[in-house]
Design a protein around this ligand. Structure first.
Ligand code: F0G
Length: 380
């Protein structure tokens, strides 16, 4: 039987398109290479002829897409001699930062909004041994503090304003193009800080450079040009669509939101750091932003779990919630191929999941008769 070489993470795989050297010590947990799952039941429910795929980023080592960026950011921090990293986070960045710092043998300081991150994410930061600072404020306050802290202590920021984060995250677009053999027509993502939508656009643009080269204004991570790799793989880029939670939708309001609020705590962000980049992506791709209510987000999360067997966290479901509405309304036309990024694993936030599930949980005596009744009463 022919054996495939062991998958050793996205830096090894895309080395020629990433800013690493032959002797760079790679800090990896085998991130990337996540499944692109074709939905069967959701398109049928919509009664529309569309191909919907979900890119299940919740299967990364710490359960979110952040690992793609963190392997690069921590690798480069270590290469530069940094002994400590710092981030503000709604939970997933802190989990990833903590894990990759542990792997590298350096310290992670994480600032999180007190009481506003999902329990699984807090458990991760603590177990990976980060120093967790719970602030009595939101993500935007934390981001401001982190930026100020770099003037007072030798710490490397690993939020997505660190350009290496976007370089790592662009590889998700590479994987999608390689698997489909082309770019999808539409790519839908939940938007918080807007780093990920920017990173995807950089990736798609590298694989399908416009006529004047693989340059996109969004690509600030290499001062406006991509020296890594280059050369077209496919002929088109998708229309990029970003969905925000209605209570936390600065791109829809046209400016910062002072008190963002949503059940999708991962995207509870009022002042996105990649504001300009995201508008560039919208313009260059001919895409749009829209918002989803918490009710729509939770309904999509539940639908995906109950009808497709895919469990994502609430913020991730905003991509599908929005895409379903745009397909229904015809804004995304029939015949389209659509990729929705499921940014994080549903296990991150069991409290929200259990609260909204209506699946029967029956408690009985441990006796055959009782179990028989429970089963026979629930047969179709
Ligand atoms: N989905 C999930 C599950 C996230 O954790 C985030 C961001 C996003 C979507 C939005 O991505 O910011 O690149 O637009 N989480 C950050 C964090 C802010 O701290 O974990 P974005």
């Amino acid at each position: 039987m022919p054996f495939r070489p062991r998958y050793t993470g996205l830096i090894d795989k895309y080395r020629d398109r990433l800013p690493v050297h032959d002797d760079t010590r790679i800090i990896s947990l085998g991130e990337g290479n996540t499944p692109l799952i074709r939905l069967h039941n959701v398109p049928r429910l919509l009664e529309k002829d569309v191909d919907i795929y979900v890119k299940y980023e919740g299967l990364n080592p710490t359960g979110s897409f952040k690992d793609r960026g963190m392997t690069m950011a921590v690798t480069k921090a270590v290469e530069a001699g940094s002994k400590a990293i710092i981030c503000a986070s709604t939970g997933n960045t802190s989990a990833a930062a903590a894990a990759y710092a542990a792997r590298a043998g350096i310290t992670a300081f994480v600032l999180i909004p007190d009481g506003k991150i999902a329990m699984g994410k807090l458990a991760q930061a603590m177990m990976y041994g980060a120093i967790t600072i719970q602030i009595k404020g939101n993500f935007d306050d934390g981001m401001q503090l982190v930026k100020e802290m770099t003037e007072h202590a030798p710490v490397t920021i690993v939020n997505s304003i660190n350009p290496f984060r976007l370089q790592g995250q662009k590889t998700a677009a590479f994987e999608i193009v390689e698997e489909l053999g082309r770019a999808p027509d539409f790519h839908c993502l939940p938007v918080g800080n807007a780093g990920n939508i920017t990173a995807h656009w950089i990736g798609y643009s590298e694989y399908a450079p416009p006529s004047d080269g693989p340059v996109t204004e969004a690509c600030t991570s290499c001062d406006g040009h991509c020296p890594y790799g280059g050369g077209g793989i496919v002929g088109s880029r998708p229309t990029m669509v970003g969905y925000q939670a209605a209570g936390s939708a600065p791109f829809l309001r046209g400016g910062p939101v002072a008190e963002p609020d949503t059940v999708a705590t991962a995207i509870r962000i009022g002042n996105p750091q990649s504001w300009d980049n995201a508008w560039t992506v919208q313009r260059e791709s001919g895409g749009w932003f829209d918002e989803c209510t918490d009710t729509e987000i939770l309904a999509a999360q539940k639908l995906l779990a109950e009808r497709e067997g895919v469990f994502c966290e609430p913020a991730s479901a905003a991509s599908l919630a929005g895409a379903m509405r745009d397909v229904r309304d015809g804004k995304i036309p029939e015949g389209s191929s659509i990729v929705c990024t499921l940014t994080g694993n549903g296990l991150k936030d069991p409290d929200t999941a259990i609260k909204q599930s209506s699946a029967p949980v029956i408690t009985t005596e441990a006796q055959l008769d009782a179990v028989k009744t429970a089963i026979l009463d629930n047969m179709d």
